[in-house]
Design a protein around this ligand. Sequence first.
Ligand code: SF4
Length: 450
Amino acid sequence: MRPDLAAKYDLRLPRYTSYPTAPHFHPGIGAETYGRWLAELDPAEELSLYLHIAYCAEMCWFCGCHTKITKRYTPVAAYMQALHAEVGLVARHLPARMTARHIHFGGGSPTILSAEDFVRTIALLRESFAVKPEAEIAVELDPRTADEGYVEAMATAGVTRASIGVQDFDAKVQEAINRIQPYEVTAQVIGWLKQYGVPEINIDLIYGLPFQSVAGLIDTIDKAVEFGPKRIALFGYAHVPWMKKHQRLIPDEALPDTETRWRQYEDGCRRLTETHGYVQIGLDHFAAPDDPMAIALKERRLHRNFQGYTTDSAATLIGFGASGIGSLPQGYVANVGEIHFYQEAIAEGRLAASRGVAVSDDDRLRRAVIERLMCDLAVDLDAVAARFGGSGGQFAAELDSLAPLVADGLCTVDGHRIAVTEDGRTLVRAVCAAFDRYLTRGEQRHSKAV
Ligand code: SF4
């Protein structure tokens, strides 16, 4: 990527994990609508479930997640009681005991749970839903809070994938982000995962962190690869201190400048692909060539949801927990973020949905276009539009608006086909933005495009 383009396109753009994106969710979608949407689901459909564990033991200063810090287990236990009640409540709204094929524990820190609470939660899900024997059960794992007993409980409960938060192994970077996690701690947890038979391991890394150097990031990548993960994510740190106040504890001057950030990203990608043989997926995911994600990419079956790239094609994702977001055929729905209000709603037997957005036919079409661009870095507008009874010709204005990106070599337009170039991969969000009907200048206060 030419440095002039890196600077020119330093835009603040959505990550397109949904469309319409979260800032367009509104309070008009609440418990009543959500209840109706759940009841209307096709009972034969298979579900994906997301459970948000909204607590952590300590705040990492780079954190962009919805979480609350606690040193005590009492609030966590109360939260889990509400979450268990919510699972029952949602299940009662469904037209039948539906099948689940994908379960994801995210947060916050799922590993803040006691092993007993974790096992109880999985058991409850199995009672409330027909969890397929081959279902993927994934857990985001913080090595600092996962002990051997927890890992053993995960394996026994049938967890198939652990996503391990590493970020960077450099002690100075760890200190600057308030996440002290020595290499040995990560190595020990991975050893337990292997010992107890959790089959798949992902490792999450971040570039653009304070005091992070290009060489340091490469060293972290090399160390991470030695653990043999089938998937690695290399996310860009999203510095949004106006939204996440704790990020103010990261001094601006310690952050890499735009050019260094680009170099970290580009050198990091090259290290993972050229040196270590991973296949790059979209912007920030890397998978071993024989991993289902790399195969789905090849077969153009990859999807995008709130967790990023996924092989999960379920049309319905149900979100549990405070701030949990669901995606249903009718639209998106998000639970109230404040834990207190969440618990109050559930205790009163109400669904905790507090905002969302119904998706129109136009939204569905644009979402499909954006998803193909984010996943395949290419889209055939005619083919996608045909699935919705339209044609690529309806996007004449959007194609025109891509002219500056074409001139800069970021994408090509051939009739109604768009292909993002390798130079443009890092700016794929700018190509997607051409199809985002909701994006206005004043709203471009997301994170950096790369
Ligand atoms: S452990 Fe994860 S969710 Fe918790 S504060 Fe750190 S980054 Fe945020």
